[in-house]
Design a protein around this ligand. Structure first.
Ligand SMILES: NC(=O)c1ccc[n+]([C@@H]2O[C@H](COP(=O)([O-])OP(=O)(O)OC[C@H]3O[C@@H](n4cnc5c(N)ncnc54)[C@H](O)[C@@H]3O)[C@@H](O)[C@H]2O)c1
Length: 397
């Protein structure tokens, strides 16, 4: 399937992002405003029109403002791209790259895998549940419990010996419980941080050294807007995602300064509510501004970033960049008000955790992962999975 062109209408319909894109491609495009401004300022006809007509003079001033804003935006994007990529270019040979996608059995990850596979790219899927689709020819599935460092160590060794050294890691798997702080158990908290944050560290520790050695590779961190904005009933989830954002930021700086691998790229994905099982029951926001995303949309943006081979930060919906990134600079009453208002969105949301049947009998992912498990043991434990819906918190009487 061809990737959606930036000139096509969003799958989600007409949104504020559509309007923003239109404005940035026309009114804020210096390649359009500069020739117009030059014509008005330096041609006889243009100068005469501006001198004679009051409206034309106002139009000329507005054009100058748009030109300045557009030029600022253009220079800013140029600096963003240059600095975050350490002013270096790199070439990807898609016949040779090996992409690891965590949580690629379902949801956003599954779409990422399919889009990469359609382009003939070799993909290793790491997931605790079996693929929910027939694997395309270039896709290999590795059952892995990302809550367990042992499972990660063993699976990365298997990938290396079967597919070769991975060059791109997409840390996408995630869990969420949808509970408030007083209801969050030690197990919930541990599983959330192990899958959503610690696994990023362990996988990167296993796969980054060879990328650094070749000065070639990419680590994609799928975080969330929750990494920037915390709402009630998702404090553990938001904490784990804020830590993932910090992981991405620190890794990007370490690559340039500590490991001296300026061509190893880092991509941060911060998306809002997406229609997958993980956020089933979450109340949809405003369909125009903070619109609900389709997993295909998020996956396409991730794949576009990977294929571009450039470091970048992706905010979806695009307009959320201006809210979430800037939130802590807002006045406190506005920040507090926003967080409180988000409680409304959470009322029917229970999150999603994919666990093994053994978990239900009291011996779960965490206990099992504390023990040193062999691959055989792991396979036996992970035969099937169940999802545990969270119960709404009851006030003690
Ligand atoms: N859906 C949303 O609204 C939303 C919003 C912001 C961020 N995100 C993030 O996007 C990413 C993908 O989420 P999604 O919506 O596709 O969720 P999903 O539940 O549809 O898919 C998550 C995948 O991770 C796998 N997984 C869970 N626990 C695992 C474990 N212990 N070991 C291995 N694999 C495990 C699941 O089996 C599943 O295939 C997550 O990191 C999530 O936090 C989602």
């Amino acid at each position: 399937m061809p990737l959606r062109s930036p000139y096509q209408l969003n799958r989600e319909g007409v949104t504020l992002d559509t309007v923003g894109r239109l404005i940035s491609r026309t009114a804020l495009n210096p390649f359009i405003t500069l020739p117009l401004w030059l014509a008005a300022a330096y041609t006889n006809q243009g100068s005469a029109l501006v001198a004679k007509n009051l409206n034309a003079e106002r139009g000329f001033k507005a054009l100058r403002t748009l030109l300045i804003l557009g030029a600022f935006r253009y220079v800013n994007s140029f600096l963003d791209a240059g600095v975050t990529n350490n002013w270096s270019n790199d070439v990807y040979d898609w016949k040779k790259e090996v992409v690891v996608v965590t949580g690629g059995s379902d949801g956003i990850g599954a779409h990422v895998v399919k889009l990469l596979a359609e382009r003939g790219i070799k993909v290793a899927v790491l997931d605790i549940q079996d693929l929910k689709y027939d694997p395309p020819a270039t896709v290999s599935f590795f059952k892995c419990d990302l809550a367990s460092p042992d499972s990660i160590t063993s699976v990365t060794a298997t990938i290396r010996s079967t597919l070769g050294e991975p060059t791109i890691l997409i840390n996408n798997a995630g869990v969420a419980f949808g509970k408030c702080i007083l209801e969050t158990s030690e197990r919930d908290l541990n599983l959330t941080f192990r899958v959503n944050t610690f696994a990023h560290f362990y996988l990167t520790q296993a796969l980054l050294p060879s990328m650094v050695q070749r000065n070639h590779g990419m680590i994609v961190t799928v975080a969330s807007l929750a990494g920037f904005v915390t709402a009630p009933n998702m404090v553990d989830y938001a904490g784990s995602k804020a830590a993932a954002v910090a992981f991405h930021e620190g890794l990007s700086a370490e690559l340039a300064t500590v490991y001296k691998a300026p061509k190893v790229r880092t991509v941060l994905v911060a998306q809002g509510y997406t229609r997958t099982a993980l956020f089933q029951g979450f109340k949809q926001g405003d369909p125009f501004v903070n619109y609900p995303l389709y997993p295909e949309t998020v996956a396409e943006e991730i794949v576009k970033a990977v294929l571009a081979g450039r470091s970048r930060t992706l905010f979806l919906p695009g307009v959320s960049r201006y809210v979430s990134m800037k939130l802590r600079a807002w006045t406190e009453w506005a920040q507090y008000g926003l967080r409180k208002n988000m409680a409304e969105l959470m009322k029917s949301w229970h999150g999603r955790q994919v666990v093994q049947p053994s978990e239900e009998k009291g011996k779960g992912v965490l206990q099992a992962s504390e023990e040193s498990r062999s691959e055989g043991d792991l396979a036996a434990v992970m035969g099937a999975f169940a999802e545990t819906p969270a119960k709404p918190y009851q006030q003690p009487q």
